[in-house]
Design a protein around this ligand. Structure first.
Ligand SMILES: [Ca+2]
Length: 378
């Protein structure tokens, strides 16, 4: 049954499935598994549309964070940590990852299990593999999904996920599931789809442990920069060395030594600044988008009882789209601040040009390719 598609699309998809069947067989998928998995497969145009739309979806960070770390999500997270205290305690004892960290991923990925995704997984992965934009990646995920079915962890009708093929409470893609999912309930199945979140939460902790989560250490710490700070200071330094440059925690003290730290200003000098540590990199292995990493990190801090950020993200500020970055480089270059090329990539040359321009007009020279900077240049 092939829904939502024209005839040519349908026959193309059906032909693709026939070709894929032999590749699945070569990968060790039995005909029985394949037939059960593909019995009700459909071409899902929505998967294609959403995959294309998310490619350059750039949301203002203030909007993103107001959803990601809303008061409701914070209080729900605290309630979940209490409700599943025994599960979180077992997970922490086994994987050395604290409850507030796992709960934050859970809150970000599925709003604590409320949005696990009800899209039939084989259909969406087959559609995306057939589509071809990232066909190789999705075919690999599809094979992994078939292996999971063959292994008996979940029945085909219960194997659902997001439009992009992420599954369960904490949105594992199939290959991550195969590598990191664990059965902490002890029933012999790694069930990240069930209402009971235990296996999914333990699997997330197992993933964090694999990528070197350091228990007891922060992902990052909000900091205040001194007046006249040189935003050209980059690289990794100890908190003490950052302290010598005037960088302080919001309590006014030099940040404790959690190892080497990088300074990040996600929306430039007008927004919050953070020193980030090794655990920032661990979160990035789950999802490498800076907004996501900060969202998980800060949500976890709030669930643990910390307060809101001292400095708010400025309204409307966001990363520029590629076309906007190109335009910014062209306008800077035309104004006499050469970016040494117009390629849409904001590297050291573009940052130097931005800083030179900012100094020339009396703005803080943060080198940040902001919406407001582009608007000023227009
Ligand atoms: Ca289980």
């Amino acid at each position: 049954m092939l829904g939502n598609a024209g005839h040519a699309q349908s026959s193309g998809f059906a032909n693709w499935i026939n070709g894929f069947r032999s590749r699945a067989r070569s990968a060790g998928i039995s005909d029985r598994t394949f037939q059960a998995a593909f019995a009700d497969v459909r071409y899902l145009q929505d998967s294609i549309d959403r995959d294309r739309n998310q490619a350059e979806f750039v949301r203002p960070l203030a909007d993103y964070m107001s959803t990601a770390v809303s008061d409701a999500r914070v209080s729900n997270g605290r309630a979940m940590v209490r409700q599943f205290a025994n599960v979180f305690a077992r997970i922490e004892a086994t994987f050395d990852v604290e409850p507030h960290v796992v709960a934050a991923v859970w809150g970000m990925e599925s709003n604590y299990g409320q949005r696990r995704g009800d899209v039939p997984l084989i259909s969406t992965l087959a559609t995306l593999a057939y589509d071809g934009r990232r066909g190789r990646f999705f075919e690999e995920q599809l094979i992994a999904a078939l292996r999971i079915l063959q292994n008996g962890d979940v029945a085909p009708r219960n194997m659902t996920g997001s439009w992009a093929g992420a599954m369960g409470h904490t949105q594992f893609i199939p290959t991550s599931y195969e590598a990191y999912a664990v059965d902490i309930t002890g029933d012999g199945r790694r069930d990240i789809w069930a209402d009971d979140p235990s296996d999914a939460l333990a699997s997330t902790a197992a993933y964090f442990r694999r990528f070197n989560w350091r228990k007891g250490q922060p992902w990052g710490v909000e900091v205040i920069l001194p007046r006249g700070f040189d935003y050209g200071q980059t690289g990794r330094r100890s908190p003490a060395a950052w302290g010598q440059l005037g960088v302080r925690g919001v309590d006014g003290q030099v940040v404790p030594n959690y190892g080497e730290a990088s300074l990040i200003l996600p929306t430039g000098a007008g927004g919050p600044a953070f020193l980030t540590f090794a655990n920032y990199t661990t979160i990035s292995r789950y999802n490498n988008a800076q907004a996501y990493i900060i969202g998980v990190g800060h949500l976890g801090d709030r669930i643990r009882g910390m307060g809101p950020l001292r400095v708010a993200f400025p309204a409307g500020e966001r990363q520029l789209r590629r076309a906007e970055r190109v335009e910014l480089q062209q306008r800077l270059t035309d104004a006499g601040f050469s970016t040494q090329g117009v390629d849409g990539r904001i590297g050291p040359n573009s940052q130097a040009a931005i800083r030179a321009y900012q100094r020339s007009v009396g703005l803080p020279a943060d080198g940040f390719a902001s919406v407001s900077l582009l608007e000023r240049l227009r």
